[in-house]
Design a protein around this ligand. Structure first.
Ligand SMILES: Nc1ncnc2c1ncn2[C@@H]1O[C@H](COP(=O)(O)OP(=O)(O)OP(=O)(O)O)[C@@H](O)[C@H]1O
Ligand SMILES: [Mg+2]
Length: 200
């Protein structure tokens, strides 16, 4: 009988570091690395291109089917990353889900460096501020399978170590570790970020 693979999911707002952390983690664990973004591109699993939002609408139904197929054949350990990963990895595979969080100022700088327009920056900052990925992950897979990590001042290596600690049981899974509203207020940046969101 085939042993079910151990599935590790990394999710979070664009720019939090899913790709770099997932690659480092997969290499450390000798695990299979799966990027949902790459599969979507390679297999053209796109429903439509939303020009106004400068984004694509992914065919989640087809992507879920593909992921189920891939995981069905996988053995050992698999690291899957993508901000819609909790939507396409079935609950029945009992994935361990890590939601990476990154402070809004750093994210904004990342988006500017990527050349995102104002609307795309606002939309993504709003998503981080409102815990969209976290709420979605917990909604789909339950509190006990989700761990939230504030990666803001962490090196990639340290994020990988945090994930390994949680997987080994040296640390319990925990959510509620960030509060961006209070942090922005403390840093005197709340008005600046809210003004950005108003444009969105
Ligand atoms: N812990 C970290 N320390 C320093 N830089 C980091 C860290 N994590 C990510 N980065 C840098 O931040 C940028 C964004 O990381 P990455 O591309 O992995 O994000 P992502 O979550 O995969 O984004 P997307 O959803 O758009 O694919 C990269 O330039 C990466 O090198
Ligand atoms: Mg990425």
């Amino acid at each position: 009988m085939q042993i079910p693979p151990k599935i590790i999911v990394l999710t979070g707002t664009p720019g939090v570091g899913k790709t770099v952390v997932a690659k480092a983690l997969a290499s450390k664990l000798n695990a299979q690395y799966i990027s949902l973004g790459n599969i979507v591109k390679e297999e053209n699993l796109v429903l439509e291109v939303d020009e106004a939002r400068d984004t694509i609408v992914v065919d989640l139904k087809k992507l879920s089917k593909r992921i189920k197929e891939i995981l069905g054949k996988s053995m050992g350990c698999v690291v899957i990353e993508g901000h819609y990963a909790p939507d396409v990895v079935p609950e029945s595979f009992a994935p361990y889900i890590f939601v990476l969080r990154r402070e809004l100022g750093k994210l904004k700088a990342e988006f500017e460096a990527r050349g995102y327009d104002e609307r795309k920056i606002s939309e993504n900052l709003a998503s981080e501020m409102l815990d969209v990925c976290l709420v979605n992950a917990v909604g789909k897979h339950g509190l006990e399978r989700v761990d939230e990590i504030d990666v803001t001042d962490m090196r990639v290596k340290d994020v990988v170590d945090e994930i390994l600690k949680a997987l080994d049981g040296r640390k319990s899974f925990k959510i509620g570790v960030v509060d961006w509203f209070s942090k922005l207020e403390e840093d005197g940046r709340l008005d600046e970020i809210l003004a950005l969101l108003e444009k969105f």
